[in-house]
Design a protein around this ligand. Sequence first.
Ligand code: CMP
Length: 138
Amino acid sequence: MSLTFSIIKPDATKRNITGSINELIEKNGLRIIAQKRIKLTNKQAEQFYDVHNDKPFFRDLIEYMTSEPVVVQVLSSDNAVKKYREVMGATNPDNAADGTIRKLFALNVQENSVHGSDSEENAKKEIEFFFNENEIVG
Ligand code: CMP
């Protein structure tokens, strides 16, 4: 079993579809082993997305990610990073495959309903950014 990190984003919490997204996560064989609903601070969002700080969409991204609560999660399965990226679909919902979370729920490339780690290394860093060891109970 391996782990990945997920965020259910503001566009989704605002529309009250956290449960619908969790249902898809679970139906696709991922287990939600830790989860909390929080409101990101500007500082947290800027730190989390620091890799994008030179992108034209950075300020909009920070404003959006702090606009409503998010649900941060730790997911486990075989090949969790790869599996969750398949379940999420492409970043831009126009390019996302049928049946994926983003195809079903995302509004546009920014308000794309979920985030998932892009590598094992980043999964570890992102999980540690939001969770203590004693909050991940399997
Ligand atoms: P995420 O996978 O969380 O990583 C960076 C986020 O920036 C992305 O999802 C989107 O929410 C947001 N974003 C906004 N515009 C773009 C864009 N043009 N390309 C990629 N990501 C974008």
